[in-house]
Design a protein around this ligand. Structure first.
Ligand SMILES: Cc1cc2nc3c(=O)[nH]c(=O)nc-3n(C[C@H](O)[C@H](O)[C@H](O)COP(=O)(O)OP(=O)(O)OC[C@H]3O[C@@H](n4cnc5c(N)ncnc54)[C@H](O)[C@@H]3O)c2cc1C
Length: 322
């Protein structure tokens, strides 16, 4: 059986969580399809995460060159196109990130393989993949069948799968040269700048303290931020909080925000609209505080408190400060 390729994404010398999630999914597909996992790393010299990736794949194809240290789409597409034409992988998984949004469609055009983007799951049906995507703002799930092809390209949504190591692998690391004759890159990496949100990445947080419209006023954001700090958590929110400019967009959970997978999700004054809940399907324990006992958030919460959120916040702060 042909391989399952996983394109390993990295930034500033660190592997991105989405690639670990893609490898987790690749492990599951590999078992169902009896297809080995090949991780493809295009990076600078001596990237520190190569061994970590090798412990999650049957094989690592490693392209080491200073010109590959940062994402250079033209070069990366050229390398992947040549690899796909050489190895004919059955499935190629990439994160649905700026990398994947660039690589997925470009590779589809160049290889003729069909692509499904922003997928939250991949099923196997009669030996062929079927992709699951969310449509209508997460209200419905869509099962995507591909036209018959030798290989399929799939970009995966961040947070849709766990990041844990799923199998026992000791992948052989095979060093490869950049293929000769690639066209000159039209886009160059200029520099890396942290986002203005102070580098907040709610998709990586283990504890999220999340606020909704129920906090009523902007100044109450600081009240809950203090609780999040005391708990060692990160502040996230529902969309209305962003729409009102009380918190930057990087904090928003949901279909038009981020999918998150904290161990604990603490929802304060959030009603539980499906667009919000779709973003917390990967959360471990969900605890909700809402003064309306019929709020839909209680349908997905593992623990619920029907009360004024400010009473709960102050009580918790009092305990934590002791
Ligand atoms: C295309 C589209 C995309 C969207 N994407 C997203 C998205 O990504 N993320 C998202 O969150 N939403 C999204 N939405 C909006 C979504 O439909 C809801 O409107 C939104 O999630 C509601 O946010 P909320 O729960 O904070 O506010 P509300 O629905 O107004 O709920 C506020 C809750 O706070 C409770 N409350 C009020 N005061 C208190 C108090 N003192 N103590 C305790 N509880 C209190 C109320 O009982 C209520 O349940 C999207 C909508 C559309 C159309």
């Amino acid at each position: 059986m042909a391989d399952i390729f996983v394109v390993v994404e990295h930034r500033q010398g660190e592997v991105r969580e989405i690639s670990l999630q893609a490898l987790w999914k690749a492990n599951e597909l590999s078992k169902k399809m009896s297809a080995p996992i090949t991780a493809v790393i295009m990076g600078g010299k001596d990237e520190s995460f190569v061994n970590e990736i090798a412990s999650r794949a049957d094989k690592v194809l490693l392209f080491e060159n200073d010109s590959l240290r940062n994402f250079t789409p033209d070069l990366y597409v050229g390398i992947l196109q040549s690899l796909i034409q050489e190895h004919r992988p059955l499935i190629t998984l990439v994160g649905h990130t700026p990398w994947g949004m660039d690589l997925g469609p470009s590779l589809s055009v160049r290889t003729g393989y069909p692509v499904a983007t922003d997928c939250v799951d991949v099923l196997v049906d009669n030996g062929k993949p079927k992709a699951i995507r969310q449509v209508y703002s997460g209200k419905l799930f869509q099962k995507v069948s591909f036209k018959d092809s030798e290989g399929y390209l799939i970009t995966l949504r961040a947070g849709a799968f766990p990041s844990e190591r799923a199998g026992e692998y000791k992948g052989e690391v095979i060093r490869k040269d950049i293929p000769a004759g690639l066209p000159e890159a039209r886009r160059q990496f200029v520099g890396f700048e942290e986002s203005s949100a102070g580098g907040v990445d709610i998709t990586q947080a283990e504890l999220l303290v999340s606020v909704g419209r129920g906090i009523c006023e902007q100044e109450n954001v600081a009240v809950v931020q203090e609780l999040a700090d005391l708990m060692g958590g990160v502040l996230s929110c529902s969309r209305p909080v962003v729409d009102k400019n009380w918190l930057p967009k990087a904090h928003q959970v949901g279909t038009s925000g981020k999918s998150v997978k904290p161990k604990v999700y603490f929802a304060l004054g959030i009603s539980g609209a499906f667009q919000h809940v779709a973003g917390i399907t990967g959360a471990g324990t969900i605890i909700a505080v809402n003064k309306d006992k019929k709020a839909p958030i209680f349908r997905v919460a593992h623990y619920g408190v029907v009360d004024d959120l400010f009473k709960v916040v102050e009580a918790l702060k009092g305990k934590l400060k002791k």
